[in-house]
Design a protein around this ligand. Sequence first.
Ligand SMILES: *[C@@H]1O[C@H](CO)[C@@H](O)[C@H](O)[C@H]1NC(C)=O
Ligand SMILES: *[C@@H]1O[C@H](CO)[C@@H](O)[C@H](O)[C@H]1NC(C)=O
Ligand SMILES: *[C@@H]1O[C@H](CO)[C@@H](O)[C@H](O)[C@H]1NC(C)=O
Length: 577
Amino acid sequence: MNRFVVVSAAVFLLISVAYLPLLNDLYWSSLKSLIPPVRVVADLVVRNGTIFTSDDTSFPFSDSMAIRNGRILKVGNFSTLKDFVGDGTMELNLEGKVVVPGLIDSHVHLISGGLQMAQVGLRGVRQKDEFCKMVKDAVQKAKEGSWILGGGWNNDFWGGELPSASWIDEISPRNPLWLTRMDGHMALANSLTLRIAGVTSLTEDPVGGTIMRMPSGEPTGLLIDAAMELVTPYVQEVSVDERREALLRATKYALSRGVTTVIDLGRYYPGTTDELSWKDFQDVYLWADSSKKMMIRTCLFFPITTWSRLLDLKLQKGPVLSEWLYLGGVKAFIDGSLGSNSALFYKEYLDTPNNYGLEVMDPEKLSNLTMAADKSGLQVAIHAIGDKANDMILDMYESVAAANGDRDRRLRIEHAQHLAPGSADRFGQLHVVASVQPDHMLDDADTAPTKLGFGRAEKESYLFQSLLNGKALVAFGSDWPVADINPLNSIRTAVKRIPPKWNHAWIPSECISFTDALTAHTISAARAAFLDYHLGSLSPGKLADFVVLSTNSWDDFSEDCSASVLATYVGGMQMYP
Ligand SMILES: *[C@@H]1O[C@H](CO)[C@@H](O)[C@H](O)[C@H]1NC(C)=O
Ligand SMILES: *[C@@H]1O[C@H](CO)[C@@H](O)[C@H](O)[C@H]1NC(C)=O
Ligand SMILES: *[C@@H]1O[C@H](CO)[C@@H](O)[C@H](O)[C@H]1NC(C)=O
């Protein structure tokens, strides 16, 4: 090749490179003048409100928001959104109303909740007579021989006496009864049910469970924690259709409370089989998703014993099955509940001497399962209520992280209800999520001191501010159907901590700010389930889930935490009313 050609080619190249930015500009500006700009037109513009975004990287408030294809285009003052308004843009004028991001409930048992709505509802029953009357009414309506299921009772409401089969045997000679306590850790069987399940004075207490007995050794009908498994295999199977209806019923109810996303921890009795969560997934959730019946977003957790099955599914399908259905992690239990005196404590219960609570699973087995599930990359959530149970899980999580190496794992403790001195700080230090349920304190405030002693109850219970001080990620939930699903109430409870019939806060130093409480039901709840890429705040690119409230004043709302849900939008579509 000729030297001249090589040199001039090199010079040309150099000049071109030097002028590339300029050429580029010229090129683009000439092109732009030829093609009209592509305009992004919003499907919906929400305006003239007080929109709280829960987005800590931008303005917390704005007055308008533009939405397209179910996602947020932009949040800002109306003047900055005008460009998105075009043919076909719908407008929602909020007339000053307050809007918050769709509320996320970090811990529910959605199908159990929906089923319970159709069963004997004993929540709030205040007397033995009323209890018996409701059961009697249900028996009269039921077919002879069919199972009668119900739940929600709380013996603390009538002074503490535990119900027994003798309360209900006469009114239910031919129908087996199975009535769970509101916390799901205890259930009452009538004598017919005990007979069907073969539970007698000779039956030994299973590991992790207690059969309540009369002095003669005869069972009273009450079965605690793992002892419930003696009966659950015999309880009439709920049909697929009933479970599907339960999901739809539960969904509608949740939407009416402003809930747009739930983390579903599966069926709520420790006694239910691990297989049931998978059956619900296949028969109910996949059915609802494929037949376009999902109306709230659901992230599912599965029993820890089935972790490899979940792993296979996630490897095959990824964590996002659809805009509605997300695969979360695995769930386990270490202890029971305070109400059933089965939460695990360092010191004995004052009202049942020598009782420290129960380990409902062998800790070594649980640790092995957690180690394996975590190593595979799955998120782990473990139920721990008593102070000792919480420390056991914190220790276990610490060794799991040390063994499996640094990772953004967001290990969760569900409930984290009673924490020994210093333990609240460990959540932040170890990056363990505190998945807590403020409304449970309304049930526990009167009884915790009688069970734990006043000093211990005051130092250890529902330490939300301490957890936040320790920089823990705190996510709120209801544990529905254990408590009602009602995030606005749970926010109020966390801020005020005033139990029914009290006129002052329970442990005032643990009251948290309104913004912190709202954060715990929105962006923190999303982070706690690895959903924050899609959900949790009103930010560009995220799903357009939001709730219109009945108030026009942010100041009033944040002051007395009282407002009701006027409308719930999921993906920019009005789902309630
Ligand atoms: C909206 O406008 C108000 C005052 O007109 C201003 O204070 C606020 O910062 C603006 N918000 C955004 C998101 O630009
Ligand atoms: C915004 O809402 C207020 C009520 O708070 C109403 O008076 C006003 O007319 C509305 N503005 C627009 C532009 O719709
Ligand atoms: C837990 O794992 C260890 C080490 O693999 C094993 O030796 C032990 O038997 C396991 N324990 C249980 C209860 O599975």
